[in-house]
Design a protein around this ligand. Sequence first.
Ligand code: NAP
Length: 231
Amino acid sequence: MTSAPVALISGASRGIGLAIASKLASQGWVLSLGMRTPVMPAFAEPARTHLERYDAAEGGEAEWVEHALARFGRIDAIVANAGIMIPKSVIDAEDEDLDAMFAVNVKAPRRLVKAAFEPLAATGRGRVIILASLSGKRVKSSDSGLYAMTKFAAVALSHGIRQSGYHLGIRATAVCPGFVGTDMARAITDRPEETMTRPEELADVVAMLIGLSNTASVAEFAVSCALEESY
Ligand SMILES: NC(=O)c1ccc[n+]([C@@H]2O[C@H](COP(=O)([O-])OP(=O)(O)OC[C@H]3O[C@@H](n4cnc5c(N)ncnc54)[C@H](OP(=O)(O)O)[C@@H]3O)[C@@H](O)[C@H]2O)c1
């Protein structure tokens, strides 16, 4: 078993997931990265980095956990980051749109944490980060309505994990950002990139949350790049 803590991160190929992987690696974490197209990141040390071919829409979480355990012998943190955004209103969308987003944004993270629950508990201080969204806290626009349905569910998932794992030392946090400068945000807003939260700032937040002790539980962490009524 490796002596360093091990984190599984989904959607680590780019954007927020890649930034979190880079940050945790710089802090000495060993990584297991779930990617649709596995590519070793430039910053990563191959001896300390496991790549898993992982498509959240297809499943395979139990196998991923099995492979990570076989390689490193422990799992200390899950960062469920992979997500998709279909910008449609609840009126215009079809069931297929909702099914596609629920599959990646809600059902896959639940399966991943379920598969890793025992090893997380075995550490006595397992950590789970669910990359939700401010769209999991409020519905800002018509076109974010369908996405918000899935992100409200992602926030609920995080709370459910928190309730189920607390007595085992597992702490779960729903991280809820507004616009972050990644491909996802660039595709849906004309807002200048320099006015958005940077992925590296999100990575700092996640590293801080994961590093807190069992007596500093954070259920939700909202980060906004703009002034809103409550965020
Ligand atoms: N950017 C924002 O403004 C913002 C705001 C709030 C919340 N979020 C949330 O933050 C998370 C990361 O978003 P991001 O901004 O980094 O998005 P992004 O730049 O679009 O990157 C999405 C990541 O998720 C992966 N992914 C998508 N579908 C997948 C699937 N079926 N299986 C496995 N991986 C998949 C992508 O992999 P590929 O490279 O293979 O496509 C990529 O690594 C998401 O959950 C998103 O909803 C983002």
